[in-house]
Design a protein around this ligand. Structure first.
Ligand code: IVH
Length: 671
């Protein structure tokens, strides 16, 4: 492939992965796989200086900044740590410090490296005033309302001797037990699982609903204090004081006075970390003397006075049997490594996703290769590399299939995306069966008794060629499928009949519109109000729905432009499914108090969500707008409203209402 094309594609792909990781907290590939793609991009950029772009993922660190939160600038930049992987590397770092400071035996402080999400906490006069995520290191999201729910972060300090103004740095974590509970509940509800406690903690911190944050059981460990003229001489002393003010400072923190002590500390925790209640991914060694820390100072991305030691991920080597290619309900082809079964962190691993063509190519897998499989803190095993010494001479490189393994149709690659797709939507069995399976799922139409096998059997027997055919299914047809008797068949038919009560927004989700996940389906259904409107909305109208960008809008339009899909909708309508929002949810007018008024919503709310406020405004005759202008009549300001918006509203003399004032205005006095 042309290198410049590859370079552009990698940039797009890495931007997307950054978004998955930092914003959605749901990475699609492992850190290692990300590194492989990034390294390839760096290589290509070095070879093609003419293609320099200041916005390339190689130039810009990832950022966790999310929609819906106001940003706050960090007083001191939030840095990361340089990594080491052996005691020798830690020793080399210690010697480097010796040279820089003329001190041969700097005392160190050893700590656990908690695997959660970093936080900055500002305390003024003994009270928590602000909590901000790392963001891009310079500014982050203000998540104070959510952090206030974490019981191990004191809102008012205990003890005495704390400075008037200071900042703490720490890690927000979701303990293993809470993580397992959360994932079990998500599985039960048919929701996507969090890959590890780190993603779960980061995702939870960015929820718009603080009550839900409180329920999930976050915890926090503090590991650094910043401020002017702090009354401490060592980090250890400072952290001991922080502990006395009511914070959780890990008991694993200890002073280390030699490289032998560092070595023993590494050995101890490499073993004992498995028994900890929270995830850790290594240790951190810090120069204990604060004077020396200051002398050593900072590099661009990390301090010179601290270093991380990363535990080796649990890893196994196992031969590849073959690579298979799964076909999803949207036609996306996923390569899967089928392995000789191998035991890894207590479970037997037989299959691991290779995600997409770029990853298969970057790993450069050959037939019969022996592969490294890693689990780390993750649930899903990952292929992280190939043992080149075990490669069979002359073995063929594993190539991505060019045709659909299920129906033989030539695959297409969507512009700007890594996925290869089978375009044969209406003739490719696993796609159709996958859509039927999705349709009957718990969070969609919730029809019991039809799993993957039954869906496939119904399709193969010709009884159900599309999910809408379920509504004309007869018990006698089901009884022809293995495992069904009269009673079980009738029970399924009864379940199908009952699914007519499922609310409209779930029907929209059940339709399998590409890119329309559960949340988007809900928002689109509410914004449109009914199916006929959704089917005829223009690109611009669709894009005005929260969370709907150009790609999703286009996908909705494409979907309803297909005769087959429109036919399915009509069949579902005839079967009595809900094709509009329920009366109490629909935009029936409540009053005309806001008639002719334009309202801008900003910030986070406690009584209703932003979307609910949008509907409330419409139902009282008002118009909702995204940006403040001379035409704005009111700003409905929640917590954490952006300072720029606030300033603009004040300058234009627009009336700013808080949640209570707004509810009073529209006459909503219910509690
Ligand atoms: S010290 C300027 N200590 O690891 C000093 N960081 O990979 C900054 N982390 O961004 C960090 N445990 O979010 C420090 N005991 C610990 C830590 C720790 C976890 C996180 C932190 C940091 C990241 C760097």
């Amino acid at each position: 492939m042309d290198e410049l094309n590859e370079l552009e594609r990698l940039r797009k792909e890495l931007h997307l992965h950054n978004h998955h990781y930092y914003v959605e907290n749901s990475p699609v590939i492992s850190d290692r796989e990300f590194d492989i793609l990034m390294k390839r991009l760096e290589e290509l950029e070095a070879r093609h200086p003419e293609a320099f772009d200041a916005n390339s993922p190689t130039q810009r660190p990832g950022s966790d900044i999310a929609k819906g939160f106001s940003q706050s600038a960090h007083i001191y930049p939030m840095l990361s740590l340089a990594n080491t992987y052996s005691v020798e590397e830690v020793d080399a770092w210690v010697r480097g410090i010796g040279k820089l400071t003329d001190s041969d035996d700097a005392e160190l402080c050893g700590e656990l490296k908690f695997d959660g999400t970093g936080i900055s906490l500002i305390y003024e006069h003994g009270r928590l005033v602000r909590a901000v995520t790392r963001g891009d290191g310079e500014k982050g999201d203000d998540v104070t309302a959510n952090v206030r729910t974490i019981r191990t972060i004191p809102l008012v300090l205990q003890g005495e001797g704390y400075p008037d103004f200071f900042e703490l740095r720490g890690e927000i974590v979701l303990p293993w037990e809470a993580f397992r509970k959360l994932n079990a509940a998500r599985e039960e509800a048919g929701e996507a699982l969090f890959a590890n406690p780190r993603n779960a903690a980061a995702g939870t911190l960015k929820l718009q609903n603080s009550a839900e944050v409180a329920r999930r059981g976050l915890d926090a460990y503090i590991y650094y204090i910043l401020g002017e003229n702090l009354p401490f001489t060592t980090h250890y002393e400072a952290m001991t004081a922080v502990r006395s003010w009511g914070f959780k400072v890990s008991d694993a923190m200890t002073r280390l006075d030699s490289i032998e002590a560092v070595d023993a500390y590494i050995r101890k925790w490499d073993d004992e970390r498995h028994a900890l209640p929270v995830a850790t991914d290594g240790l951190v060694f810090k120069v204990n003397s604060l004077r020396m820390q200051e002398e050593l100072g900072l590099r661009a991305k990390s301090p010179r006075w601290a270093v991380a030691y990363k535990f080796a991920a649990e890893r196994a080597l196992t031969p590849l049997r073959f690579v298979s290619f799964d076909v999803g309900r949207m036609g996306i082809i996923t390569p899967v490594a089928n392995l000789e079964p191998v035991l890894l962190s207590g479970t037997v691993v037989k299959r691991a996703s290779l995600h997409n063509e770029d990853i298969v190519n970057a790993l450069d897998i050959h037939e019969g290769d022996t592969l490294y499989v890693e689990k780390g803190g993750e649930i899903i095993p990952k292929i992280t590399g190939v043992d080149l010494s075990a490669r069979i001479p002359g073995a063929e490189k594993v190539r991505f299939v060019s045709h659909c393994p299920a129906c033989g149709t030539p695959l297409v690659r969507v512009e700007g995306e890594a996925a290869r797709v089978c375009p044969n939507k209406w003739g490719c069995p696993p796609q159709i069966v996958g859509r039927i399976e999705h349709f009957v799922g718990r969070r969609m139409m919730d029809i019991d008794g039809i799993g993957e096998e039954t869906a496939r059997a119904l399709y193969e027997a010709g009884f159900v060629r599309n999910f809408s055919d379920l509504y004309s299914l007869e018990p006698e047809q089901l009884m022809k499928i293995d495992g069904f008797g009269r009673r079980s068949a009738e029970r399924v038919i009864e379940g199908i009949r009952r699914s007519a009560d499922v609310p409209f927004e779930r029907v929209v989700y059940a339709l399998s519109i590409p890119y329309v996940g559960e949340t988007t389906a809900k928002k689109a259904a509410r914004a449109a109000g009914n199916i006929d409107r959704l089917m005829t909305m223009t690109q611009a109208e669709l894009e005005s729905i929260e969370d709907v960008g150009p790609r999703i809008a286009e996908s909705i339009i494409d979907y309803f432009s297909e005769a087959e899909n429109r036919r399915a909708v009509e069949t579902l309508r005839a079967a009595g499914l809900k094709m509009e929002m329920a009366a109490d949810e629909a935009a029936e007018p409540l009053s005309d108090i806001l008639a002719g008024k334009t309202v801008v919503i900003s910030g986070v709310f406690s009584r209703y969500s932003r979307d609910e406020y949008k509907r409330i405004i419409e139902r009282h005759g008002g118009k909702n707008s995204g940006s403040i202008s001379k035409k704005t009549d009111y700003v409905l300001a929640g917590e954490n409203m952006g300072p720029a918006k606030l300033e603009k509203a004040v300058n234009l003399g627009i009336k700013i209402l808080n949640e209570e004032e707004f509810l009073k205005l529209i006459g909503d006095t219910t509690e």
